[in-house]
Design a protein around this ligand. Structure first.
Ligand code: FCB
Length: 442
């Protein structure tokens, strides 16, 4: 058996990613809490509830777990509804608590990456019409200024908005998120307001902190034609790529926003990112369906015999990771993998999924794509939005009732990678022998 280690550059960031509503618990003042209270919105009526009880202090033990297993970074998000519970009030205590959490990362020698918007919105903002309201970019900017002032001592890596494409698809194109709309006009308004909000936040952060590095986390889906010979499937795959993957990031690179055959110019958004953040999970096959009015004339599927996750949500297609990174490199900026992971309660798939995706990232680095870090989704099982607790993305398992954590074998896989700053053949042989030959050919 060949022996080798695939090394990563010095200073590479190895972490996990989380988000406020998914891990903190007791978030009662946001759109997701309200959504969870409505019947039929969340699988099995699940609720975030206590989540991972970070607001109750369990972030300490979870940060210990991360630090003890070699992680040198962590990506978390700040809950807007806690910091600004009402339009005219700021909660300094909540801000202090976030400072304490982030100091906790510093004490454990972990670099914080802070997301300012990760799907959840204050209830008062929704009462104003949410992100469809053109006043929201300015409101978001005030919140951003408040947070950045409070955390600037400790944080210099900022994600303004997590997955604007998923937020919009989920909430405004029938994808099961609040506010449960299905309306292209609203979707266009939300996305263009998010472009403006990002641009304002970019300038505000740099005004407060000269050396800040600011970007978004983009959910990149790899789209391939279901029937490669079909010009319709190819056209549809290209259309989805342009709308889902490209449109937002093009707007914040070039200042033109094109979405669903509409176009608007937002010149102030041009060149407002310092890195490209990529969340990559899977690849879809795209079939053109001329009669599928309600699903924009297409159907998505995974290949037959795909290596599927527990609920079929994710197919293990590591080549898509390489494709995503190659594509990200066209923006000529540093790249950070801000999320990647898989739902897998008994951990039969996660070891190989993780190893294979990190291996594709290593390949991309060998093409000189400037990749600076990787954040695995996620540290501990947490509340998976409209899928509730049915999906288990953690390196550690969680019983949300008892708050007991269990260490999955993937903890050791990821620890080995973080500690060596590389993928070692012995580790692959031990934890994912089924992919050994493809990673380390004789
Ligand atoms: C991403 C989200 C994250 C988590 C993972 C599984 O789209 O950013 O909050 O739900 O998917």
């Amino acid at each position: 058996m060949p022996q080798a280690t695939y090394h990563f550059p010095n200073g590479f960031l190895w972490g996990t990613a989380t988000s406020s509503h998914q891990v903190e618990g007791n978030n009662t003042n946001n759109n997701w809490a309200a959504w969870e209270a409505q019947e039929g919105r969340i699988k099995f009526g699940h609720k975030a509830g206590l989540a991972c009880d970070w607001w109750g202090g369990r972030w300490k033990e979870d940060f210990d777990r991360a630090a003890d297993t070699g992680q040198n970074a962590h990506r978390l998000s700040i809950e807007w509804s806690r910091i600004q519970p009402k339009p005219d009030s700021w909660n300094e205590e909540a801000l202090n608590y976030y400072r304490e959490m982030i100091r906790g990362l510093e004490q454990r020698n972990m670099t914080p990456m802070v997301t300012l918007h990760h799907f959840s919105d204050p209830l008062w903002l929704m009462d104003l019409g949410g992100w469809e309201n053109p006043d929201v970019p300015a409101l978001f900017d005030k919140f951003v200024a408040k947070v950045v002032e409070a955390l600037k001592e400790y944080v210099s890596l900022w994600v303004t908005i997590n997955e604007p494409n998923v937020y919009t698809y989920g909430g405004y194109l029938g994808g099961g998120f609040p506010p449960g709309k299905n309306d292209l006009k609203s979707a266009f308004a939300v996305l263009s307001n998010m472009v403006q909000a990002h641009a304002l936040a970019y300038r505000t952060i740099h005004r407060i902190q000269k050396h800040a590095r600011v970007g978004i986390a983009l959910n990149y889906r790899s789209f391939a034609p279901a029937r490669p010979a079909s010009p319709f499937d190819r056209w549809m795959a290209g259309f989805l790529h342009n709308n889902f993957n490209l449109s937002f990031i093009r707007a914040i690179s070039e200042g033109t926003f094109r979405f669903a055959l509409q176009k608007t110019s937002i010149p102030e958004a041009s060149k407002t990112q310092d890195f490209v953040g990529i969340n990559y999970y899977s690849r879809d096959l795209v079939a053109f369906k001329p009669l599928a009015f309600n699903s924009l004339f297409h159907k998505l599927s995974y290949p037959k015999n795909a290596d599927l996750s527990d609920t079929g949500f994710i197919a293990n297609i590591p080549e898509g990771m390489f494709e995503a990174l190659k594509w990200a490199n066209r923006f000529k900026l540093p790249i950070i993998v801000t999320e990647n992971g898989v739902e897998d309660a008994d951990d039969h798939l996660r070891p190989r999924y993780t190893i294979q995706h990190i291996h594709q990232m290593w390949r991309a680095i060998n093409f000189n794509y400037p990749i600076k870090g990787y954040f695995h989704w996620s540290l501990v099982d947490n509340f998976e939005w409209e899928r509730g607790w049915t999906q288990r993305f953690g390196l550690w398992g969680l019983d949300p009732e008892t708050q007991v954590r269990t260490r999955r074998p993937s903890v050791d896989v990821y620890a080995d990678i973080c500690q060596r700053n590389g993928i070692a053949s012995e580790m692959v042989e031990k934890y994912a022998p089924e992919v050994f030959a493809s990673l380390f050919p004789a």
